[in-house]
Ligand binder design. Structure first.
Ligand SMILES: [Zn+2]
Length: 501
């Protein structure tokens, strides 16, 4: 594969050349949502970032197996194995079966990811579907001496592990610092060390989600599911593991420890982490009152939002910040980005009607080279978009007759824009109804209008002005305005109420 892709690896703290273990195959695991409530926008940003990475790797020619799990059991309220299971608690409060909660929020999650036009992962395994694998892995960790059983629960022995391995490797922390920052908690008396964490938890009589195990009835700890499922589908060592930065200190640190304790070698070559969201400079959280949900953003139904925002233009907005940087939401920034997105899509719409000249005034290869250089530099989407916007200027100038492109360059520009705007960035032509719902029918309509414009051009070429005027006038009656320039024709929506504004 001919590329110079560099990834920022959290494990080494620096950018490294991407060399998959078994090219052209790439294994990528991303920690998915715990489906006990509506998916947060911060999680969406993480999944959108890894969708772009998935798409770009495929664009480079890799055959990617992308595994993103659904956590439907074992995720407790507290990070230190305390509190209720999040899904059981929600089921108790809503008087529903835990699996009704799981079904409801899994469907909701998929619906939101579809609105953002992300691709489904290759495999989407659930924790409850892999209890056997988690029990087997726990047994192996006990056999290898890194876990112990107390009263029906199994704990990972962090101090013992740390004697032979660097437990603080991913988060870059020392044992003294970790111990100093750990509280004593209820139920800690079962653990030998304060940093130990549960691989299997004995179910109290009131606990609904429970399975038989060699240690009695219980349920798996949260961290073991990802170790068990990534190993099952991607092997003991695979290429990329991703997630939000908040998962580094506990969840991902524990995943590494479990895998090394079980197999004797590190599970992942490149650890990639997406940064968090802020709203007007303040970290997005429920307690700060600024934690609007994707649905509220699409409907404009949160007090902090001035209007509804189309999912695809929100996605475009996210791509204007590198995935490892904090992304700040504000009405001002979202609206500025909406305008930029319209400019990009309008230019893409012009590409088909541009007329080729005998010669070229500009170097198209520079735009193509700049886009790849940006994406190869740890998936730098803002810089890649900047390169595409250099292309937008050229498209507009050719359309205005101020610049010339030969047929070969025009073809290259077209395919470059199609590859990046649609295949890699997963953007869509922003034809939305007032409720923010993208209508597949309108996407078909775009193709039909382009066809009518071609027929109109043919009529004009034959000097059949009656036919060409008829097409223009009938389209206008439907709210579609034909715009003629020297280089050709394009269209825009004339009626205000057909656009989402
Ligand atoms: Zn995970």
């Amino acid at each position: 594969m001919d590329h110079n892709l560099q990834l920022f690896n959290t494990l080494s703290g620096k950018k490294e050349a991407f060399k998959p273990i078994n090219p052209p195959y790439v294994g990528m695991y991303v920690c998915g949502p715990t489906v006990y409530n509506d998916v947060h926008l911060g999680n969406c940003r993480t999944f959108i970032s890894f969708d772009i990475i998935f798409r770009y790797l495929m664009h480079l020619g890799y055959k990617v197996r992308y595994v993103r799990n659904i956590t439907d059991a074992g995720h407790l309220e507290g990070d230190a194995d305390e509190g209720e299971d999040k899904i059981s608690k929600k089921a108790r409060l809503d008087k529903l079966e835990p699996m009704e909660i799981v079904q409801k929020y899994s469907l909701g999650f998929h619906e939101v990811m579809q609105k953002f036009n992300t691709l489904p992962p290759s495999i989407e395994p659930t924790a409850t579907g892999h209890i056997c694998e988690q029990i087997e892995m726990t047994k192996k960790i006990i056999e290898r001496g890194f876990a112990y059983v107390v009263n029906g629960s199994v704990y990972f022995d962090v101090e013992k592990y740390w004697k032979e391995n660097n437990y603080g490797e991913l988060s870059n922390r020392k044992m003294e610092d970790l111990l100093a920052n750990t509280r004593d908690l209820d139920g800690q008396d079962e653990k030998k060390g304060r940093l130990d964490f549960a691989l299997w938890i004995k179910a109290k009589p009131s606990h609904i989600m429970r399975w038989p195990s060699p240690w009695g009835e219980g349920f798996p700890g949260w961290h073991i599911e990802c170790s068990a499922m990534s190993t099952k589908y991607l092997g003991e060592t695979f290429d990329i593991h991703g997630g939000g930065m908040d998962l580094i200190p506990t969840h991902h640190t524990n995943e590494i420890a479990q895998n090394i304790a079980c197999s004797g070698h590190p599970p992942v070559r490149y650890w990639l982490h997406a940064n968090m969201l802020t709203v007007n400079g303040v970290r997005m959280s429920k307690s700060a009152g600024n934690g609007f949900l994707p649905g509220e953003l699409f409907e404009g139904s949160h007090p902090l939002l001035e209007k509804a925002y189309d999912p695809i233009s929100v996605k475009f907005f996210m791509l204007q910040t590198h995935y490892r940087s904090t992304l700040d939401f504000s009405n001002e920034a979202l609206q500025a980005s909406e305008k930029g997105f319209q400019r990009l899509i309008k230019a893409v719409g012009l590409l088909d009607s541009l007329k080729a000249s005998g010669t070229s005034d500009v170097d198209i290869q520079k735009i193509i080279g700049d886009t790849y250089a940006a994406m190869n530099d740890d998936f730098n989407t803002p810089l890649a978009l900047a390169a595409l916007f250099d292309g937008v200027k050229i498209i507009n100038s050719v359309n205005d007759g101020k610049l010339k492109l030969n047929a070969g360059d025009l073809e290259k520009l077209k395919s470059h824009f199609n590859h990046f705007v649609f295949d890699v960035f997963g953007l869509k032509k922003n034809l939305s109804s007032a409720d923010g719902e993208t209508q597949p029918g309108l996407l078909v309509a775009d193709g039909l209008i382009q066809l009518l414009l071609e027929l109109r051009n043919e009529a004009k070429a034959k000097k059949d002005y009656a036919a060409s005027d008829k097409i223009r006038d009938e389209l206008l009656k439907m709210g579609i305005k034909v715009v003629d320039t020297k280089a050709g024709s394009s269209w825009e929506i004339e009626k205000k109420d057909l656009t989402h504004d």
